[in-house]
Each structure stands twice: as structure tokens, then as C-alpha cells.
Design a protein around this ligand. Structure first.
Ligand code: ADP
Length: 342
């Protein structure tokens, strides 16, 4: 039960009244004198208890509230005058809010701890395979395979592939950690996205040819596409999305890049007619190390970080990425970029 100082004083004065009046009547005074004495007693009881409560209790409570405030609990509308009206209620309110804040903080810490452990586990797991492979090939070579011309070159090539995979993973991890540190440096500039696209298409051409995949800019998209962005980061976004369209595309397939004028922005869409993605995977697709087809990702040299990097790189541009996909039919990844200022 929370009592205000006035309610407490009221109860004290009622008790004093009853006690003094009964005592006076018991001592033989008349009912009028007993009532008058009780009244005087209750008045002085009311005043003195109000004074005591307000002076001492509220003073102490004020200290408690200050201490809570120093622990950074937010005391909405905290005014010291309010303490006098319902001091215990306010302490109760402040402690409840403080404890809720502590619970939220603890939950957030637990979430971060879980996330850190999971991330460390994933990184160790991803590094373990190429390291074991390299170790295995080197030891086999040292144990004599180096003198066997039928196997030594193949073992060296396999070890080199594992080393390349490790390098790709470490590079992607460094990119992710830079993006997540929140201190990523942006190099904004106006440039023609069409030129950049041509450059990226040239760089992935060899990979695409290896699978007989044709990559083209959709008919009807009229360059130039002047955008305001960080060229290097957008290059990485395009490389990752186009590489995925090759890795998860069908042999002799088709990848199309569309650029649509949206007024203030361009919408860039990269579509393939490859294996597509089942709907249940779509919400988690941009998480680190999330893979739909683990075997295919690994055999294609995927790190499982490509789409997480794409998402982060677009977020630092203030943009988002979306995906539409039908299993067995293909996928479309799309994002927007602001138009150039000039
Ligand atoms: P990875 O290195 O495994 O390619 P990503 O982050 O780039 O990692 O992609 C995550 C997963 O999303 C891939 O493992 C793959 O299962 C799926 N994926 C990405 N792009 C496509 C695509 N164009 N078509 C089908 N699946 C895709």
C-alpha cells in the first residue's frame, strides 16, 4: 500500500484523536473537554507527522531517487516537488523503470554475446577446412608425393585453391568488419553507372563464358546512368550479384541487368534464370554465412558473405536491397541509387 505523507499524517492524527479523547474521558473529563483535547492532540499530531515525513522521509527518498538517476535510469518528468505528493509511489515507479532498463540491457548483452559466439564459431568452421586441406596436401607431398610426377602438380594446385579460398574469406571478413565497425569511409562521387557496369561485365566475362552464361544489359535501358555513390563499393555490389548469378545460374543461362529511371533514383535489377531460391530461405538470405545450397556455394568458392556485404554496402548508401525468386525459375536482386547531382 502506497501512502502519501498527507494520508499518513491523517491516519496518525485520527489515532491521536481517539487515544487522547478516550484517555481524557477515562480521566473523568466531560465529553466536550475530552473532544477538545482530542482535537488539539490530533491537530498537533497531523502537523508534526506531516513535518517529520516531509522533512526526513522525503529527504531520504530524494537521495534514493538521485542515486537511481545517477545509474542513468530515466526518470520521466522528475521534479523534486513531486516527491512530496507521492514519494513512495515515485520511488516504486523509478525502481520499476530502472529494473526494466537493466533487463533490456542484459538481454541486449546476451544477444550480442550469442551473436559473437556464433560468428566466431562460423569463422573458425570456415577457416578450418582450407587450413586442413593445405596441411594435408603439404604433408602428403613432404612424405614422398613430391617425387611422384603423377600427383605432385595436382596436390600443389589443390593446396593453392584452398589458399585462394582462405584469402577470399579473410578479405570478405575484413570488409564486413570494416562495414560493421560503423567507421566506414565513403568516397562519394558522381559517375556513369553504365561505364562501371561495362567494366564489371568484362571482369566476370571469363567466369560466365566457362558456364556458357550470357550476361547483357537489358534492351531499352538508355545510358548514361549518372549516379551519386561510392564507386568502389558499388563495383563490389555488382561483382557479388553478378558472380552469384553465374554461380547459381544454369549452364547456357542468361543474366540480365536492367536500369530503370525512377525520377530521383535509378533502380538496378540483376536477373538470372538459374536455380532460384525457395521462399523460406529469402528472409535469411542476407545474413552472414547463410547458404541455401552449401555444397554448391563451397564448390563455387563462395564465402557465404557476399550478400551480407552487398546489404551493408547499400545500407551505407542509405539504400536497401530486395530479392524476388522462384525456385527452378531464377532470381532478381534489385537496389536503388541516387542520381548524380549534375
Ligand atoms: P555465397 O558465397 O555462398 O555465394 P552469398 O552471401 O553471396 O554467399 O549468398 C548466400 C546464398 O544465397 C548462397 O549460398 C546461395 O545459396 C544463395 N544465392 C545467392 N544468389 C543467388 C542466386 N542468384 N540464385 C540462387 N541462389 C542464390
Amino acid at each position: 500500500m502506497n501512502l502519501t505523507p498527507s494520508q499518513l499524517a491523517g491516519m496518525v492524527s485520527a489515532a491521536v484523536f481517539v487515544f487522547v479523547a478516550l484517555a481524557a474521558w477515562g480521566l473523568g473529563l466531560g465529553w466536550f473537554e475530552a473532544f477538545a483535547l482530542g482535537f488539539v492532540g490530533s491537530l498537533s499530531g497531523f502537523l508534526s507527522s506531516t513535518y517529520l515525513v516531509k522533512t526526513f522521509v522525503s529527504h531520504q527518498i530524494h537521495h534514493i531517487l538521485q542515486t537511481i538517476k545517477q545509474t542513468k535510469a530515466t526518470l520521466a518528468n522528475d521534479q523534486s516537488t513531486g516527491l512530496l505528493s507521492d514519494p513512495l509511489g515515485r520511488v516504486d515507479e523509478a525502481v520499476t523503470r530502472w529494473s526494466k532498463e537493466q533487463n533490456l540491457k542484459r538481454e541486449e548483452q546476451e544477444r550480442l554475446e550469442r551473436y559473437r559466439k556464433e560468428f566466431l564459431g562460423n569463422v573458425s568452421h570456415e577457416l578450418k577446412t582450407p587450413i586442413f586441406n593445405i596441411q594435408g596436401y603439404i604433408h602428403t607431398l613432404l612424405d614422398g608425393a613430391k617425387d611422384d610426377p603423377a600427383t605432385n602438380l595436382a596436390f600443389l594446385q589443390k593446396a593453392a585453391r584452398s589458399a585462394d579460398r582462405m584469402e577470399a574469406l579473410v578479405k570478405d571478413l575484413l570488409t564486413i568488419s570494416e562495414l560493421e565497425s560503423g567507421s566506414v569511409r565513403m568516397e562519394w562521387e558522381d559517375f556513369d553507372l553504365h561505364e562501371l557496369l561495362q567494366d564489371v561485365l568484362d571482369s566476370v566475362d571469363h567466369k560466365a563464358r566457362g558456364r556458357g552464361i550470357q550476361i547483357e544489359i537489358k534492351a531499352g535501358c538508355e545510358p548514361p546512368f549518372g549516379v551519386h555513390a561510392d564507386r568502389k563499393k558499388i563495383r563490389q555490389v555488382l561483382v557479388n550479384l553478378l558472380s552469384n548469378s553465374i554461380h547459381y545460374g544454369n549452364d547456357q543461362g542468361l543474366t540480365q541487368v536492367g536500369v530503370v529511371d525512377m525520377g530521383q533514383q535509378f533502380l538496378i535489377e540483376i536477373s538470372d534464370n538459374g536455380m532460384g531460391i525457395e521462399p523460406e530461405h529469402l528472409p535469411r538470405l542476407f545474413e552472414r554465412f547463410y547458404r541455401v545450397d552449401k555444397g554448391r556455394s563451397r564448390s563455387e568458392g563462395g564465402t557465404g558473405l557476399g550478400l551480407a556485404i552487398v546489404k551493408h554496402m547499400l545500407e551505407v548508401h542509405g539504400q536497401t536491397i530486395h530479392v524476388r525468386s522462384t525456385a527452378g525459375m531464377g532470381s532478381t536482386f534489385g537496389f536503388t541509387l541516387n542520381k548524380a547531382h549534375t
